[in-house]
Design a protein around this ligand. Structure first.
Ligand code: ADP
Ligand code: 5GP
Length: 199
């Protein structure tokens, strides 16, 4: 086991299939846990507080920012989103790999603060497919779908600092690619050098 865990950042436009790919990829892996973000957006039908997100109001969000309780945070389509710092730091210390599902501005903050993080961008096969997936999820208004597509186009231009790009066309292939990246990250020399010194 690594002395500390690895931070794995997954980004990609809303509706591209991040949750679906991640859930498939980490099935059966006991070395990976999710960080649950805070958000000021309203829960979608079926979302549970503390599971998909911690749903908080603006006042609490600002308070968390002020108190430096967020590892990163960003505004996305008129709502605040952020990663609670304490959970991530504790899990990494315990040797767990921690997975963040965050958008590009937040990922950039993580890149600056923790350059060793593994950063993966998930892209759709086309914008048409992305739109279909957003609609098929059936949880966003027309206006929200339009804003999310607009934001997706922007993100494609801002994503040059990621380490890996996975195209989520076929779900099995995309999940396999993500699993392979997590596995490879686990064996990276730079984080295991201490092992050789112990021999
Ligand atoms: P995200 O977490 O990126 O917002 P979701 O995981 O909620 O996206 O996926 C959005 C929709 O696309 C869901 O209805 C999901 O079942 C579907 N989906 C995800 N991956 C694929 C795929 N490879 N092929 C077809 N549909 C997919
Ligand atoms: P959604 O509203 O569809 O759940 O998420 C919208 C966007 O916010 C997605 O791109 C998702 O990756 C991103 N997001 C979720 N949690 C966080 C977070 O803690 N920080 C940042 N920066 N983005 C997040």
């Amino acid at each position: 086991m690594n002395e500390t865990g690895r931070l794995i950042v997954i980004s990609g436009p809303s509706g591209v299939g991040k949750s679906t790919v991640v859930n498939r990829a980490i099935e059966g892996r006991t070395d990976v846990c999710f960080s649950t973000s805070v958000t000021t957006r309203a829960p979608r039908p079926g979302e549970v507080d503390g599971r998909e997100y911690f749903f908080i109001d603006r006042t609490r969000f600002h308070e968390m920012v002020e108190r430096d309780e967020l590892l990163e945070y960003a505004e996305y389509v008129s709502n605040g989103y952020g990663t609670p710092r304490a959970f991530v730091e504790q899990k990494l210390k315990e040797g767990m790999n921690v997975l963040l599902d965050i958008e590009v501005q937040g990922a950039r903050q993580v890149r600056a603060a923790m350059p060793e993080a593994v950063m993966i961008f998930i892209a759709p096969p086309s914008l048409e497919v992305l739109e279909q997936r957003l609609r098929s999820r059936g949880t966003d208004t027309e206006e929200a779908v339009a804003s999310r597509l607009e934001r997706a186009r922007q993100e494609f231009h801002e994503a040059e600092f990621y380490d890996y790009l996975i195209v989520n066309e076929d779900l099995d292939n995309a999940a396999h690619a993500l699993d392979a990246i997590i596995e490879a990250a686990h064996w990276r020399f730079s984080d295991r050098a201490a092992w050789l010194k112990k021999l």
